[in-house]
Design a protein around this ligand. Sequence first.
Ligand code: XMP
Length: 509
Amino acid sequence: MEKILVLDFGGQYNQLIARRVRDHHVYAEILPYTTPIEEIRKNSYKGIIFTGGPNSVYDMSSPHYTKEILDLGVPILGICYGCQLIAWMGEGEVKTAPVSEYGKIEFTADKKSKLFKEVDEKSVVWMSHTDYIAAAPQGFEIIGTTNDCPCAAMENVEKNIYAVQFHPEVTHSQFGSQMLYNFLYEVCHCTGDWVMDNFIDNTVAKLKEQIGDKKVILGLSGGVDSSVAAGLLSRAVGKQLTCVFVDQGLMRKDEGDFVEKTFTSLFDMNFVRVNCGELFLSKLEGVTDPEEKRHIIGTEFFNVFWNEIRNQDELGYFAQGTIYPDCIESGKGDADIIKTHHNRVNTPDDVEFLGIIEPLCDLFKDEVRRVGEKLGIPKELVWRQPFPGPGLGVRIIGEITADKIKVLQEADWVLRDEMAKNGYDKNLAQFFCVLPDVKTVGVMGDHRTYDHLVAIRAVTTDDFMTADWAKIPYDILAKVSNRITNEVEHINRVVYDITSKPPGTVEWE
Ligand code: XMP
């Protein structure tokens, strides 16, 4: 398989660059700038992309790389800091720019360059830099400029090295995607073998070989990743796979039944559903503190899940739906290497597997979804919005009771049904109902009521680190409110949460 290396110098867009490359059907992987050159050499990459980064190349504590990389004979594209690094390595001049550029800037391209095939001579690019290349290194020709940047792009055709001061990976760069395409296909001569059908065939073959006649166990949450992992494993080894689905009674309306029906009717596997709603309710009785609730739910989940695993006759391998962003080691700033393994499950000491299998560990979320669709997993699961591990437990303020779960499930179902009907759900990153521990006075017919208030939470966001409250049109909100108060017993008031993150979080607890 053809591979592009995204060599990470600490910029915020390393994953985005890899995703954009993959969108053009070429596999890209990210490695930190601390990766030894021998490792890069032996991987036979079709091309290397140096990412951006927040530092100055002339500061010796900034991330650098051995100049040898320029002589590997592998095409290189430098982006932003990566562009300046190439200039600096080649003894060009990099210094603080008299005018820093930030945002959308007009760029003039030299149309003779391969990098600008089917790119307009004048276009908008996304810039974010305070240093600039004052003089290009020897052997390089300037192939693009802006008003304040005399060298906004350069190339060394003989060595197949290209560099751009702007960010072609962000959508604000009008022809950014085309430029990346040109690098991949005109410079690196890729053929584009990264397609999801190939991925499925190759992965299924690999899984068959790895698992042989052994068993595999997978914890299925009903989320996108574990569902797609289950689909792939089922295709590879059928009944050798056992999926354990713990239903703690805190899922959305009918969700547990839907997950069970999907995996028992569409896929060949052993499906074990552990219904433990009663147990969870008893453990949560009288508990109102958010952290304590989370802790109880987490601990009980762990106990129930692993007890079920201990009941299995044969363990074999343990599979997880870990995806690429959970596995990347990235270089942040200087030499610190940040390892992110937060979605990996810890196995208890007394449970021993032959090994861990992570069939999705090379995929980004959007690729996981595409694989899921190709495997025939229903859209409701493949496009499911994020749902927290503790489930509705973090959306019921105060004590969690069976009655409150029911009221919240019904209200939340109406909200989702209405949003799906009018198609507004596609504009939202996440939306749901919350049941605060509040009752208010209302009137229904001639009667005074004193019943639950429900809140609607809906946000737009790219990464969930920050989020905006969604500006859902009033007529849609009116319809939702009307339906909830009419269709859901014990709700007489609906409010809309207009708090962004920060200062609020997405969830209420
Ligand atoms: P917050 O509330 O922190 O939520 O702004 C950001 C995103 O994370 C989800 N979330 C969780 N997901 N376990 C999870 O798996 C949790 O305990 C948890 N808490 C919040 C939340 O739904 C949102 O998508």
